[in-house]
Design a protein around this ligand. Structure first.
Ligand SMILES: Cc1cc2nc3c(=O)[nH]c(=O)nc-3n(C[C@H](O)[C@H](O)[C@H](O)COP(=O)(O)O)c2cc1C
Length: 168
């Protein structure tokens, strides 16, 4: 059984969290591939990042695996940008295939938390429209993503679920 976590991370909080999940899922006997989304042209200025996110832009990504049909479970992750999820994930979700009837999860890493509930709901609803069964969703404090105890606590329900615990 294998899973994938598809994520975008600008300053590393979301990536750190995904690497933690990969390691811990490995110790549980399952495999989690990291699909780290990269923009062809990274936007650096904060205000431009906010604008692109708020305008729901879909910037070009470098090559990525868009067919997730081979995976048994899929997790999507992104930082919250301007009360929504990051444009790179929006671009990916437009093209992705193979989510139908797949069990999955999503999480966002946040700063102040402003708009994070709305952002999570929006992501969940996009995944559900693609017929994925979202059984776990959470907002995490980006500032705490270096804290393993916090991450273990945050993902307790996910890690104990039969989904991640599926042994081949
Ligand atoms: C352009 C931009 C916009 C952001 N907007 C929000 C926001 O609306 N709400 C919030 O709680 N945090 C916001 N943040 C903080 C990030 O969501 C948070 O720091 C996150 O953990 C960063 O993840 P990363 O290190 O994986 O890029 C924003 C950060 C950036 C760079």
């Amino acid at each position: 059984m294998k899973g994938a976590v598809v994520f975008y991370s600008f300053s590393g909080n979301t990536r750190k969290t995904c690497v933690f999940l990969k390691e811990i899922v490995g110790t549980l006997g399952s495999r989690l591939d990291l699909i780290d989304l990269k923009l062809e042209k990274e936007v650096i200025p904060f205000f431009k990042q906010c604008l692109e996110a708020a305008m729901k832009k879909k910037p070009k990504l470098t090559e990525a695996n868009y067919d997730l049909g081979v995976y048994d479970f899929i997790i999507f992750a992104s930082p919250v940008w301007a009360f929504t999820y990051a444009p790179a994930l929006r671009s990916y979700l437009k093209e992705v295939k193979g989510l139908e009837n797949k069990a999955g999860a999503c999480f966002l890493t946040v700063g102040s938390g402003a708009g994070s509930k709305k952002a999570l709901k929006e992501l969940e609803s996009v995944l559900e429209k693609k017929k994925m069964k979202v059984f776990f969703s959470k907002n995490l404090s980006g500032a705490k993503t270096g804290d393993k105890a916090y991450l273990e606590w945050s993902f307790k329900r996910l890690l104990k679920s039969s989904l991640i615990d599926m042994k081949s």
